[in-house]
Design a protein around this ligand. Structure first.
Ligand code: SF4
Length: 353
């Protein structure tokens, strides 16, 4: 099991972030926040997909005033994403569960003081969201858009809040590439105790974001870094959650959901394995229990893989095997294999209750 860096536990609504809390998954709506109906609909989709915390952009007063109605119609913790305008933060702080704002961008200590006072009154955290593309001038001039610049910006913003006796903080350090993202989080981790929100920003479409996020977030998670995370994808909302959950599961940072081992196929294949694996994926996608399944094209490697699988299936020429914990439980014609395999999967799930 991965040993996580000890961090301070904070709460975003009823979701704990940091300390011994499970690593939560976040996402962000893309509707105009002032369009309450569309925003609530997107938040509900995200909730259904397994999102823990949702963020909305608040660029204007109309968006800020819409937050109350949005909050009344959802049950996920809500984060307001605000830049520059402290008045928007003050309106949002009356309603939401967390504010994402960079104190250094507000420009005046008195204004930051007011935002901090509002957050203290409702006991809601502030996320300092450092982004490589929008570093404060002094850090960009000194270090360019580098990991070092991001770390200095984070420390500067943290001090801003600590000087006001505010420590209900989480931090993100996002760049649009893997190396700077990993370097920034790694460098800051030993210097502060606040929980980290992981992410690669503007990571691209499903394919590119999945690759970048898997490398960056996977690397950090394996080093015990990260308390909450967002995979940002140009595309469908639900995919962000699906990919984030898969990264958590496959890095070993979360022990839930189905892990499917399937072979790449080769000239020995006598069945339509691709279709079968897709069917197994579809039939098992809602299982939350940590289940290892193996779906293989022939017996060459299937017997070995089956030993570390809860339930396994090996196809052959017109027939195949179903195995449980490495033991053969049935040899059946191909048309009956999937049904029997799913019966064993169901049994395995029930045995874990
Ligand atoms: Fe080929 Fe069989 Fe290995 Fe699949 S399990 S790649 S079909 S040898």
């Amino acid at each position: 099991m991965i040993k996580r860096y000890p961090t301070k536990k904070i709460f975003v609504g009823d979701v704990a972030v940091g300390g011994d809390a499970p690593i939560s998954v976040q996402s962000m709506t893309f509707s105009k926040t002032r369009d309450v109906e569309a925003t609530v609909e997107q938040i509900k989709r995200l909730h259904f997909a397994g999102c823990d915390i949702v963020r909305v952009a608040v660029p204007d007063y109309e968006d800020a005033y819409a937050l109350k109605e949005i909050k009344e119609n959802i049950s996920l913790p809500l984060v307001a994403d605000i830049h520059f305008n402290y008045r928007l933060a003050l309106i949002a702080a009356e309603v939401v569960d967390c504010i994402r704002i960079n104190p250094g961008n507000i420009g005046n200590k008195e204004r930051v003081k007011e935002v901090v006072k509002a957050c203290k009154e409702r006991n809601i955290p502030i996320r300092i969201g450092v982004n490589c593309g929008s570093l404060e001038d002094q850090f960009e001039k000194k270090h360019g858009q580098s990991a070092k610049g991001m770390v200095e910006s984070a420390l500067y913003n943290i001090k801003y809040l600590e000087d006001l006796d505010f420590t209900n903080i989480k931090i993100s350090l996002k760049a649009s590439d893997v190396q700077r993202t990993v370097e920034a989080y790694r460098s800051l981790r030993p210097l502060v105790e606040y929980p980290f929100h992981l992410g690669v920003t503007e990571a691209g479409t499903l394919f590119h974001s999945t690759v970048k996020s898997s490398i960056a977030l996977g690397t950090l998670l394996l080093e015990g870094i990260g308390d909450t995370m967002r995979v940002s994808i140009t595309g469908e909302l639900e995919k962000e959650i699906e990919v984030a959950r898969a990264i958590l599961k496959d890095s070993g940072a979360a022990n839930s959901g189905v892990n499917i081992v399937s072979c790449p196929t080769c000239g020995r294949l006598e069945s339509d394995l691709v279709k079968m694996v897709e069917k197994v994926e579809e039939l098992t996608k809602d299982i939350k229990k940590p289940l290892n399944l193996s779906v293989m094209g022939c017996v060459v490697n299937a017997i070995g893989e089956a030993k570390s699988a809860d339930v396994a299936i090996a196809f052959g020429k017109g027939s195949g095997l179903v195995m449980k914990k490495g033991e053969i439980v049935a040899k059946l014609s191909e048309d009956k294999l999937l049904d029997r395999f799913m019966q064993e999967v169901q049994k395995a799930v029930e045995e874990m209750d």
